[in-house]
Ligand binder design. Structure first.
Ligand SMILES: C[S@@+](CC[C@H](N)C(=O)[O-])C[C@H]1O[C@@H](n2cnc3c(N)ncnc32)[C@H](O)[C@@H]1O
Ligand SMILES: [Zn+2]
Length: 272
């Protein structure tokens, strides 16, 4: 179901590479992913190795496990078997949780960052990892996927609609304004745009109809060390200034921080 990024023909596996009928070839990297990124370097560089390391450490502590469980339930293909793509999959934590919950399902982790797909390639035995830029189009054949998932990541609605089967589902998890709210002021984190939900609805409406949303909200008990990982794994890592260490040191040993994530499920509108 993967498509050649040059000509759109189906790719077939051959000798540690993927090849299309026109002769374009893409080698499997030693670390287990395939790069379907073509052309010149993109301005969307994605997350860094340090961010991925912080993210994996934070996930391993289980603070987002309730979010992962809800995402897994929402993303499970209806028949229990099928193919699930996560866009901007990072280390593949949420895709892995979704695949654990759906034993007949196979997964594809797509990300623009090499450190991400290296980790995602090892996230789950039923997951493949693809290096690609969602804004350049998804390297997939039309109507082949049962579920597309994005968690805290960019999405390209028209492309998602193209690659989803008619009965497929698009599952979008986004932070609400309350997510990590207790840390935003003290640590100078990037604030969630209060208009985010409205903008998401507007961006999806041409291609999708909303089936429902679920709010996952709970208090996390975070240590100062947990908070440091959150700073370094997220968008604030790009802005972390010299005062970040001082701000972290000023936090109490243990603090209650809200996790607040909205999970929306959408169905593709049928082409008229
Ligand atoms: C905030 S992280 C979320 C990762 C993962 N879903 C999670 O929650 O752990 C956003 C991810 O989107 C990826 N990303 C950013 N721009 C992208 C693009 N244009 N195409 C594909 N992935 C992209 C980043 O590299 C990063 O891994
Ligand atoms: Zn080709």
């Amino acid at each position: 179901m993967l498509a050649c990024p040059n000509c759109g023909l189906a790719l077939a596996a051959a000798d540690r590479a993927l090849r299309c009928g026109s002769g374009h070839g893409f080698d499997l990297a030693r670390q287990g992913y395939v790069s379907l990124l073509t052309g010149t370097a993109t301005r969307f560089t994605g997350d860094t190795a340090d961010m991925l390391l912080a993210r994996s450490d934070f996930h391993a502590r289980g603070h987002f496990a309730p979010v992962a469980a809800a995402v897994a339930t929402a993303a499970a293909p209806p028949g229990g078997n099928g193919v699930l793509l996560e866009i901007g999959a990072g280390n593949g934590y949420f895709l892995g949780a979704a695949l654990d919950a759906a034993p007949e399902t196979r997964g594809i982790a797509l990300d623009i960052a090499k450190p991400a797909v290296r980790r995602a390639a090892r996230a789950h035995p039923r997951a493949a990892a693809v290096l690609a830029d969602v804004w350049r189009g998804l390297p997939l054949r039309p109507a082949v996927l049962d579920t597309v998932l994005t968690v805290f990541a960019p999405r390209n609605p028209a492309e998602v609609a193209r690659v989803l089967a008619p009965e497929g589902r698009f599952v979008v998890a986004t932070p609400t304004e309350r997510h990590l709210g207790e840390l935003i002021g003290p640590l100078g984190l990037v604030r969630v745009d209060p208009g985010k939900e409205r903008k998401l609805a507007a961006a999806l409406t041409a291609d999708f109809s909303a089936l429902g949303t679920e709010l996952v909200e709970y208090p996390m008990a975070l240590t100062r060390d947990d908070a440091a990982l959150l700073v370094h794994m997220g968008p604030s890592a790009f802005h972390a200034g010299e005062d970040t260490a001082a701000r972290l040191a000023a936090l109490p040993d243990l603090l209650a921080v809200t996790a607040s994530v909205r999970i929306g499920t959408y169905a593709p509108r049928r082409a008229a």
